[in-house]
Each structure stands twice: as C-alpha cells, then as structure tokens.
Design a protein around this ligand. Structure first.
Ligand SMILES: Cc1cc2nc3c(=O)[nH]c(=O)nc-3n(C[C@H](O)[C@H](O)[C@H](O)COP(=O)(O)OP(=O)(O)OC[C@H]3O[C@@H](n4cnc5c(N)ncnc54)[C@H](O)[C@@H]3O)c2cc1C
Length: 380
C-alpha cells in the first residue's frame, strides 16, 4: 500500500541517511544513552551531510525539500536506539517557527546555522506551573527602550543543555488576556541573565538533554521578537499540527521497528525445539500488532498528504498523536512479553523503546488534551 508519493530522489535520500546512521549514530547510540548526552559534533556531522532542516529554502542554504523529506528523517532516526540527536524537534518543530514567522534579517542570521548543525535549537513553552494550560505561563517579557527584559523559568525543555538558540514564549505583564499577552522571542546562548539549569533525570529518553532554563533580567534586543507582539499564542497553536504529526510518525516508526525486531527474534529463537514464531499464541499476538500498525500507518500517511496540501487536520493529528503514542508503548510491552527475560535487559533494544515510548503520550500535548481537541471538533 503506497500512499506517499516518494520519488527516486526521496528514496536515494533515505538510503544516504541510512548510511549516515550506520556510520555515525548506531556505533555511538549506547554511549550517548549512558552519558545522557549527545556531543555537539554529532549535530554538526548530521548538518554537514544534509540531514538537518531538509525543508528549509535554498535561499538560506537548505535543500528546499517537501515534507516527505521530514517524514524520511523522522522514520529513519526513530529506528536508532537513542533520542538525543532528536533531529525532528530541531528540523520540524523549532526551526519552522523561524522560517514561518522570522523577519528576513532573522532568517539570514539563524537559518544557515540551523541547517549546518552549528546552531542547535529548542522551544521553551512549559513552566513549572504551566504545562497543558499554556495560557497560565508567568515568565514575563517587558519591552523597554529597544530591549526586552525577560524574567522567569522554563522546564522540561528538550535540547535544553545543547541549545544555542531558544524560541521562548513569555507574556507581557501589562496585558490580562492570555491569548494576546504571549509573544515569542529568540534568545541566544551566552546572553547575560540566561542560565541553563539541571539536566532532568528522566525514566527514558536518556540521551535527550531535557533541562530547566532560567531567565533573570535577561536583556535581548527588541529585534529578537519573533513575529507580531502578542501573537505568540496563535503561532504556538498554528505550529502544533506539524509538531503532533511528526510525533505520530516517530511513534509509528518505533512501533514498526519494535515489531520487526520481535518477529526476527521469534523466528530465530527455539526454546522447545521449534521457533517461537511457530506457536499459535505468538503468531496471533504478532498478527494483532501488525494489523494495528498497518491501520495506523494508513491513517497517518493520509494526514501527511493532507498536511502537505495545507488542509486543517488538527482533529486528525490529535487522533494520530493520542493513538500512536498509546500504541507504541503497548506494542513495546507486548514485544517484551514475547521475548521474555532478555526483553528486559539493557542489551535488548526493546527495553529502551518501552522506556522511551512511555512519555510520548505526555509531551507535545497529553492524551487527555488530544481527546479534548477531538471532542471539541466533534461538537460534543
Ligand atoms: C520528555 C519531555 C520533553 C519535553 N520537551 C518540551 C520542550 O521541548 N518544550 C516545552 O515547552 N515543553 C516540553 N515538554 C513539556 C510537555 O509539553 C508538558 O509536560 C506537557 O504539555 C504536559 O504538561 P505538564 O507536564 O505540566 O502536565 P499538566 O498539564 O500539569 O497535566 C497533568 C495531568 O492533567 C491532565 N490535564 C491537564 N489539563 C487538562 C485538561 N484541560 N483536561 C483534561 N486533563 C487535563 C493532563 O492530561 C495530565 O494527565 C516536554 C515534556 C517531556 C516529558
């Protein structure tokens, strides 16, 4: 079932990316997980070889590719046993804000580094007291005499340690309406008053440097505001469609990887003199998982097509994000059961996938929030 219209150029790009992963990611993944950090050079290598921000226009040094290149990058990176070199966050979630809302000067200044991997990005919305309810954020941005003064804290920020550039959401304390108070700002690493806090010790996604960020009388030039003053909330909402779509593609690709690994394991393991895969209960379990994955893929790929056609697929991406994030963790758990005790070993990639996938139903909007969006779209 070929839903997505990949050309030979797309296919060649995928093969080149697989080769890059085999050379530069797979041999290092276990070390990055153990170190709880990916070295900056890994980002730079990925950028040098053309695998960061493939959709950014050639005007800024990008490939100017279509969204299918993002799909390819997300899928192939999902199969690696690490989450720190999280190119989808950088390429498909953060950088699109700069491309879509940045001034020409901002694009010229930042996009080339984002493409080359010299500028690693993060987006900082969540605060200790404001996660799902972004309107309640309290980090302030006060514009005075050509500068913006930022005060507040952000938490759970992916790429929080490695980032060179943060897209920060902060509110104007003089405006009460939260939907008109929030603006987005570009804050560079090294700006006085901007401090990176602790790397958070998560149950999974160990190589992903999720961290706290602190801003104390942090002054940035007025021209570092991204887009219109007070339009931050709308910009965040507009970009969530693509964010949730890539998260769905990521979850789906991990589920496929996990199932394929397990099928292989069951075919090649003979506990009672015959392959595990010859047992009917094992066959049924694998058949059920394959069915669930295939049905999800058909749905998600249709959303990809609609997203490329710039249709409003907010309800569908919410459905996909909720369903795939739930499915991937369930499948990783079932696969661990089929594999047995080796499934719980650190050496078995499935244990890492199970751990990592647990938090997918929380970031980029929790599953309860997804169901709320779906219910609203259903006019319930
Ligand atoms: C690994 C990881 C990476 C992250 N990366 C980033 C990042 O890069 N940038 C960033 O800004 N944030 C990031 N986050 C934060 C993430 O987006 C938030 O954790 C998420 O939005 C949920 O917010 P919360 O944790 O404060 O939970 P809360 O919003 O406090 O929710 C707690 C519970 O209440 C439920 N709930 C809340 N509101 C409602 C409602 N209206 N209806 C029904 N139920 C509700 C939730 O579903 C959940 O079950 C990351 C989080 C994780 C775990």
């Amino acid at each position: 079932m070929d839903i997505l219209p990949y050309t030979q150029t797309h296919k060649d790009y995928r093969e080149r990316l697989k080769d890059f992963i085999a050379r530069e990611v797979t041999p290092n993944a276990d070390r990055w997980e153990a170190d709880h950090q990916v070295p900056r050079e890994a980002w730079e290598k990925m950028g040098r070889e053309g695998f960061l921000c493939p959709c950014v226009s050639s005007t800024y040094g990008g490939m100017g590719g279509d969204f299918l290149y993002s799909v390819i990058c997300t899928e192939e990176m999902a199969k690696t046993n690490q989450t720190g070199l999280l190119s989808l966050l950088h390429s498909d979630i953060v950088v699109p804000y700069i491309e879509a809302y940045g001034s020409e000067k901002q694009k010229q200044k930042y996009l080339p580094g984002c493409i080359s991997g010299q500028t690693i990005t993060a987006v900082a919305m969540t605060e200790p007291g404001a996660g799902s309810d972004l309107a309640s954020m309290v980090c302030t941005a006060e514009e005075e005499r050509g500068e913006v003064v930022i005060n507040g804290a952000k938490t759970f920020i992916s790429n929080g340690i490695n980032c060179d550039l943060v897209i920060l959401a902060a509110r104007n304390p003089e405006v009460d309406n939260p939907h008109k108070a929030i603006s987005l700002y570009l804050v560079e690493e090294g700006t006085p008053g901007f401090k990176k806090g602790n790397k958070l010790d998560k149950m999974g996604m160990h190589s992903q440097d999720t961290a706290e960020l602190f801003f104390t009388n942090c002054r940035i030039p007025h021209e570092n505001r991204l887009g219109e003053k007070g339009a931050g909330f709308i910009m965040l909402m507009q970009k969530l469609q693509q964010e949730r779509l890539v998260c769905s593609l990521w979850a789906l690709a991990i589920a496929e990887y996990t199932l394929n690994y397990t099928i292989d394991y069951c075919k090649n393991t003979h506990p009672l003199g015959k392959a595990l895969s010859r047992d009917q209960s094992v066959q049924f379990a694998l058949a059920e998982m394959a069915t669930e994955i295939k049905m999800s893929r058909a749905f998600v790929e249709q959303i990809v097509l609609d997203h490329i056609s710039q249709e409003d697929v907010v309800m569908e991406t919410s459905m996909a994000k909720y369903k795939t994030s739930q499915m991937v963790h369930h499948i990783a758990g079932q696969c661990m059961d089929l594999i047995g005790s080796f499934g719980g070993e650190e050496d078995c990639p499935i244990s890492r996938k199970w751990r990592d996938s647990r938090i997918m139903s929380i970031f980029a909007g929790t599953n309860e929030i997804m169901k709320g969006i779906i219910a609203k779209a259903m006019n319930l």
